[in-house]
Design a protein around this ligand. Structure first.
Ligand SMILES: NC(=O)c1ccc[n+]([C@@H]2O[C@H](COP(=O)([O-])OP(=O)(O)OC[C@H]3O[C@@H](n4cnc5c(N)ncnc54)[C@H](O)[C@@H]3O)[C@@H](O)[C@H]2O)c1
Length: 322
């Protein structure tokens, strides 16, 4: 029987943490992947080179080193490639640096997204998946956070940029019939985790016996979600188009920062030396995903509990050190 051509997925941010895992899963599932990433130095670009090393060996993979704010360069990629679906993950991530570089966050996260939506429309790609964030829920007290909750009170430029990008996704889907799924990720951790995020910073310091800076008393909580679970959710969204949906991908098991640190201590067999600083105003007090919609629409259920995920993460971290 003749096999149909694999679908071609353009993944932006493919050299990053989540994007590189997604790319490998798509390739394993017989998709063609076109990666677009500018390998910027938000963290060491050598880490990103390592992230794409396996994918580069696959003939169904093509890498473009392109900035998503460069509309002309992006347009050439769309001209050269027959794209069936865009999964847009490239962004300036991280809440705290967004207070230092708000204009950059706006440019990459909002303008970059509009560039991709505009080309999706122009080249009649028809489908778009956007990697958004739990940060759009802001300092919301009502838990769990559900997709129908109002999200008009972002407390950082990063959150505001993600919410703005979501609104452009909605407008483009309504105006041009682009089938769009917005996925809101909740504190993703795991192998290749971002070096600027708490799981990486804490694991590194505790393993090395160095002090950690904890902002606040440790009573803020996060719905830490293991990267493989998030990628399974993105793949489910790749396979099931919707006219327009917003879907949370979170673990639905929030954990307080102190409990998170204690779990790393238990796995590492070492006590953390904690150095306390006041809480940062852009850090929200909690995140907690209602995942009823993901279960219903994507048949998605996170499978990795925090201790299992952190064990894998610490293992990866220890093995990845020179
Ligand atoms: N990791 C999390 O906990 C988390 C939580 C919520 C949302 N998200 C979102 O998920 C997506 C992926 O996050 P991640 O944790 O893998 O981050 P990451 O920084 O590891 O990956 C983002 C990638 O985008 C690329 N990129 C940034 N600016 C670019 C530009 N102008 N042009 C081209 N490429 C550019 C970077 O080089 C990087 O490889 C982001 O949109 C992020 O906002 C992540």
């Amino acid at each position: 029987m003749k096999r149909s051509r694999p679908k071609t997925v353009l993944v932006t941010g493919n050299a990053g943490f989540i994007g590189s895992h997604l790319t490998e899963k798509l390739l394993a599932d017989n998709y063609r992947v076109i990666g677009v990433d500018n390998f910027n130095d938000f963290y060491d670009p050598k880490v990103k080179e390592k992230n794409v090393a396996a994918a580069k060996k696959n003939p169904r993979f093509k890498q473009y080193r392109t900035d998503i704010t460069d509309f002309g360069a992006l347009e050439r990629i769309f001209e050269e490639s027959e794209i069936d679906l865009v999964v847009h993950l490239a962004a300036r991530a991280g809440v705290r640096p967004s207070l230092v570089y708000p204009r950059l966050y706006q440019k990459v996260n909002v303008e970059g997204t509009v560039n991709l939506l505009e080309l999706t429309r122009k080249f009649e790609v028809g489908r778009f998946i956007f990697g958004s964030s739990s940060s759009v829920y802001g300092e919301q007290k009502k838990v769990p956070f559900s997709e129908t909750d109002p999200v008009n009170r972002p407390v950082s430029p990063y959150a505001a940029s993600k919410k703005s990008a979501e609104m452009f996704c909605f407008a483009y889907s309504k105006l041009f019939g682009i089938k769009t799924t917005v996925l809101r990720f909740f504190t993703v951790y795991g192998p290749r985790g971002r070096p600027d995020m708490a799981p990486y910073i804490f694991a590194k310091a505790i393993l090395k016996g160095e002090p950690i800076t904890r902002y606040g008393k440790g009573d803020t909580s996060r719905d830490y979600t293991y990267v493989d679970d998030v990628v399974t959710g993105i793949l489910a969204a790749v396979k099931k188009p919707f006219d327009y949906e917003v879907i949370n991908l979170g673990h639905n098991r929030p954990v307080k920062l102190n409990q998170f640190i204690a779990t790393i201590e238990k796995i590492a067999g070492k006590k953390a030396k904690i150095f306390e600083q006041p809480r940062h105003p852009a850090d929200v007090s909690q995140t907690f995903a209602d995942i009823g919609k993901a279960k219903k629409l994507l048949a998605w259920q996170p499978k990795t509990d925090l201790e299992t995920g952190l064990r894998r993460f610490l293992n990866w971290y220890s093995n990845s050190q020179p």
